[in-house]
Design a protein. Structure first.
Length: 339
């Protein structure tokens, strides 16, 4: 079997997770990872056996001074790769686009980039086929990924009139010491809509959706309060069963006594998940309620990891190496997704 050669430009919160996920796949290899500076993550990349490339030529000597061996410059990695996953900070991916085009290497970007950086915005459950053979694909953000996974089966099974979601967002990732708020609850933004609704429409262009956002002093996960007006009136148990069938939605049973993000992270650690990652939407089964044709529920989204399997599937889409069902199943099996 030919192994897809994958380069990862950026080895931070998302990049290091994508690298490990790619390494776990039976049909992929990591060509290397690129970093801009010789920090603890650069050292970790080398210790984990990844070839490390310098993203900025002028800083290459800093790696030598830090005693970190380089395999070369990022251009060499891009040239060798079949696909590059750009996991750089928001806005940098757009700057890197010309590099990928120079070497005619398909590239994946993250949700922090503007949608117009790519030919298509991507969610494996919702629109895998639209990314097949595309040259530039944007894997949508963690919150958009979570909402798209939820909306897709509801649209298919019942039809959707409108989605209303309030997103209670963590102030920052655990390692983002410069992020806030510290002791506050902040409307973000203060008026309708938050950016999430328009972002979801890059996946479902005809969807009626309104989103509101709040930031809170937490780092563990995001929380969504969701109301979906359906075109039919299923009972709550039927909807729960539909959601339980979705491989990347973990419908949390009431018997587990998991009442928040803290226990979800503890559960992931107890189950031996790498970095206590939760790749699935974590949706409280007892929250699934129907009032007429209105569905209500709560779900938690792990901002550091839920886009990781989507990046893996997008690699297969742009290389046209598997269809959606085969790719999702392969990714899920390799990462042991599903509780």
């Amino acid at each position: 079997m030919y192994m897809l050669q994958v380069g990862i430009n950026g080895y931070g919160t998302i990049g290091k997770r994508v690298a490990d996920a790619v390494r776990a796949q039976p049909d992929m290899e990591v060509v290397g990872v690129a970093k801009t500076r010789p920090n603890f993550e650069a050292e970790g990349a080398v210790e984990n056996g990844y070839s490390l490339y310098a993203a900025i030529e002028e800083r290459a000597e800093l790696f030598d001074e830090a005693g970190i061996e380089l395999a070369g410059m990022v251009e060499e990695m891009v040239e060798e790769a079949d696909v590059v996953v750009d996991a750089c900070p928001s806005g940098i991916g757009a700057d890197n686009k010309s590099l990928y085009e120079e070497y005619d290497t398909p590239a994946l970007y993250q949700g922090g980039e503007d949608a117009d950086v790519a030919d298509v915005s991507f969610n494996a459950r919702a629109n895998y086929e639209e990314a097949v053979d595309a040259q530039h694909v944007r894997v949508v953000s963690c919150n958009t990924t979570g909402l798209s996974r939820l909306i897709a089966p509801l649209r298919e099974e019942y039809g959707v009139e409108k989605v209303r979601a309030t997103l209670v967002r963590r102030g920052g990732d655990p390692a983002q010491t410069g992020r806030g708020p510290i002791n506050d609850i902040v409307p973000n933004p203060v008026k309708l809509p938050s950016h999430h609704g328009p972002d979801v429409k890059t996946i479902f262009p005809d969807l009626a959706i309104d989103t509101l956002g709040l930031k809170v002093p937490a780092t563990l996960m995001h929380m969504h309060s969701v109301n979906v007006s359906l075109e039919s009136e299923p009972d709550a148990e039927e909807v729960r069963e539909l959601l339980e069938e979705q491989s990347r939605i973990f419908v949390v049973p009431e018997r587990m006594d998991i009442d928040g993000a803290g226990k979800l992270k503890e559960y992931a650690m107890d189950r031996g998940r790498p970095r206590a990652d939760l790749w699935e939407n974590c949706l409280w089964g007892e929250s699934v309620s129907m009032e007429g044709n209105d569905l209500y529920l709560f779900q938690a989204i792990h901002q550091e990891s839920d886009v990781v399997p989507e990046n893996v599937d997008a690699i297969r889409a742009v290389t046209n190496s598997a269809d959606a069902r085969e790719s999702i199943e392969t990714t899920n099996d390799a990462l042991e997704i599903g509780f």
